[in-house]
Ligand binder design. Structure first.
Ligand code: HEC
Ligand code: HEC
Length: 342
């Protein structure tokens, strides 16, 4: 099976056939859009046996059984890179293939990319370590480790056929409307009891497969407490968590079959994030270009003159508006300086 996107190859072919001009003008064309929903998931079994397939298979296994291979309870102490017993697939569902659950299909077509958190262009490897240090509350993997190579090889495998620079429909999380009010953890507690506790437990500690210490992970992962993502993780931002929960939870929900209203998702996410979790050191170093720090990054410094509570629990629309104003001012100032320099 070929995953080449037909739009891309046809435009390219047509341009050549019709003598449509130099290659540089083709680069100006709008990027192809690849839709992940309904797209065939590449199958590792169809790869020819050999080192490439072994590495991709290891990347898959690291994704779904992270806890058993590089988790905090594995026998070989030197392999304890992750600080919790989650799997990458606890969030990147369906082995990082599910549309709008931050799938890795397309990652090698969209990276290296600018990231506000570092105010720099970041590679797939650096992005993997972003999740290692935050979502997995652990340590960075060495770039030349077999584990890092396996993650990158697996992401590239899932991305095959997606042209570099394509718009990936299904990447990241689907946006949803943020209610223009402070979220209510109290209302969220009700939603949690009714729709989440059955799996994640009334105390949010999930359900282990076996016993603590056995490195076998969870049937249902914990949502707060010691064994989960830390406060520097993307999932610790209320807008992010709301979008994730709205389109992916309870288990079985998807972007085109949601089960929660916008209000329920917002409040239950706030309830989850109001609970204690591991703390990441040096968060003040994140988002060095302060003006593009996301409004729901609930750690100092705060640049918009709003109370800390508003960054944590909303309402967000006024913060988004204010941030846009500041960004516009900065851009106008920079443009004026460039004009003066000419
Ligand atoms: C607690 C949830 C969670 C876990 C566990 C998790 N991630 Fe992530 N990951 C996210 C979120 C949320 C994003 C996107 C938000 C952002 O960019 O900050 C993301 C983004 C990514 C991306 C970039 C995807 C894109 O389209 O830009 C990669 C690659 C990635 N994670 C790798 C990993 C790896 C490897 C692991 C396991 C070692 C892992 N993640 C574990 C939540 C998680
Ligand atoms: C039927 C069981 C079930 C229910 C009900 C359920 N979840 Fe989950 N949840 C899971 C499983 C299993 C995963 C791991 C991902 C996977 O396997 O697809 C998960 C993953 C998560 C994650 C990311 C991983 C982590 O540990 O942080 C969050 C956040 C989450 N669920 C929140 C919720 C919320 C909020 C609700 C209620 C609205 C809910 N879930 C209801 C089973 C469930």
């Amino acid at each position: 099976m070929s995953f080449t996107h037909p739009v891309m190859s046809w435009t390219a072919a047509a341009a050549v056939l019709l003598g449509a001009g130099p290659l540089s003008s083709m680069a100006q064309e709008p990027a192809a859009t690849v839709k992940l929903a309904g797209r065939a998931v590449p199958e590792i079994e169809k790869m020819p046996a050999g080192p490439q397939r072994d590495l991709v298979q290891y990347g898959h296994d690291l994704t779904v059984r992270t806890f058993a291979l590089i988790g905090p309870e594995v026998k070989n102490v030197r392999m304890r890179y992750a600080g919790n017993n989650l799997a990458c697939a606890s969030c990147h569902q369906q082995a990082a293939n599910k549309p709008f659950a931050m799938p890795w299909s397309g990652v090698t077509a969209t990276f290296p990319q600018y990231r506000a958190r570092e105010d720099d262009v970041s590679t797939v490897e650096e992005r993997v370590n972003g999740c290692m240090e935050r979502s997995m509350n652990g340590k960075a993997l060495p770039f030349d480790s077999r584990e890092m190579k396996a993650f990158v090889a697996y992401a590239a495998f899932l991305s095959q056929g997606i042209p570099v620079g394509a718009n990936v429909d299904g990447a990241g999380m689907m946006a949803s409307k943020m209610p223009n009010r402070r979220a209510s953890p109290e209302a969220g507690a009700q939603v949690y009891a009714a729709k989440c506790a059955v799996c994640h437990g009334p105390d949010g500690q999930g359900q282990r497969v076996g016993q603590p210490g056995d490195a076998q992970g969870y049937t249902f992962p914990p949502l707060w407490g010691k064994d989960t993502f830390n406060n520097g993780a993307g999932m610790n931002r209320l807008i992010m968590a709301t979008r994730f929960v709205k389109h992916n939870m309870p288990l079985g929900a998807s972007f085109d079959a949601t089960q929660l209203s916008d209000d329920e998702a917002y409040d239950v996410a706030a309830f989850m994030l109001s609970k204690p979790r591991p703390v990441k050191a040096h968060l003040e170093r994140d988002f060095p270009a302060r003006w593009n720090k996301p409004v729901d990054s609930a750690f100092p410094p705060y640049m918009l003159g709003a109370p800390a509570d508003q960054h944590r629990f909303g309402p967000f629309p006024p913060l988004v508006e204010k941030q846009k104003q500041i960004a516009d001012e900065i851009k106008a100032k920079a443009a004026a300086e460039r004009a003066r320099a000419r």
